[in-house]
Design a binder for this molecule. Sequence first.
Ligand code: NAD
Length: 416
Amino acid sequence: MAAKTLSLWGEALHQLNRAAERWKIDPDVVERLSHPKRILQVSVPVRLDNGRLKVFEGYRVQHNVDRGPAKGGLRFHPDVSLDDVTALAFWMTMKCALVNLPYGGAKGGVICDPKTMSEGEIERLSRRYASEISILIGPDKDIPAPDMNTNEKIMGWIMDTYSMHQGHSVPGVVTGKPVEIGGTLGRREATGRGVSFIIEELAKVRKFNLKGTRVAVQGFGNVGSNAARILQEAGATIVAVSDESGGVYNPKGLNIDDLRAYNEHEPLSVYPKGEALTNEELLTIDCDVLVPAALENQITAEIAKRMKAKYVVEGANGPTTAEADEILRERDILVVPDILANAGGVTVSYFEWVQDIQAFFWDEGEIRQRLGTILGRSFQEVWRLAEEEKVDMRLAAFSVGLKRLASAVRQRGLFP
Ligand code: NAD
């Protein structure tokens, strides 16, 4: 059993070692994957609106590039740490290998609180950070994308800054940028749509009807609010949602469009058309499917013991601690792991990068159809293995990803 005090990178290594042992992965490969390839720490000086200068600390971690350029989001958050960014970069390596995209894994982060900053300050921070990490990124090297508190606008600034350095437009340096400058249709809601696709696949194999399935969603940002909206369109009843202020519960179902409009200006905890609840209450509420779509380490051992959901579909990265994961297994609560459940985002990012390189853009129907094909195939691959080998879905997902990675590492050989 993992100790309670594992850091996020410790949690990730625990998952790697558990899977490597079970699937007898070459120890040389495990040794390689236990160390990120490259870490860049940068100081990001920004002129604040009050005239003072403040230096922010930022990171870009490339975990692995054996299967292609590094790929991963950029997070702006006061709790960003190098340890967390390393773990998130590792999960990107695993995710891209699992869904078979020709990428390695990376992640970036800046320690800042964008909620207390003006748009001008956020733009200056984004552009200077992009400039500082420009020695590492590029369409063939490492391609950032949105994550917590970063969005299309920020991706546009990063693309513009990098392009200014190069002297010409380089749309393929980031994904998740506005459609007008080389973004793709369908990227904004891709991760939430992927979560919804995965729940539909789960409903098929577990033989339940999505219509009337009661879903609770923690986190109402890009992933959570889009997943809630698309699941509602598919017939599910969204009984509870939350943001960092707390949440709202209505056993008869919430109106997600109304909540999205409300949440543009007000926190969900004061939404009047339902019962207020805390984030802890949301995680333990009576529902069929729980979608954690906020931060890591939300489902702790203590929460896992009290959860009433039948299924956990991890929209966020690393929302379940190793200890909680074990409790959920003992309690027969099925967990669809993050590297599968939230892979819709990086999959449509891949489509965006391909379209940028070809300078040929697809319609939204084609994007949805290709996303469904990739996620459906990945889900079935993991599900079949989990059934055949009688293991949980996280172990099965790691098997598919690790074996693909191990083969790439072996075939490339060791330099020099
Ligand atoms: P976001 O910034 O758009 O939204 C985050 C949401 O979580 C907000 O509603 C915020 O209020 C809420 N939140 C923050 N702290 C919370 C807390 N302590 N308790 C409850 N809610 C809290 O971020 P996002 O892009 O939706 O990312 C959410 C998660 O999904 C992260 O783990 C991220 O790494 C993961 N993810 C995102 C993408 C993507 O495409 N954006 C892709 C894959 C995975």
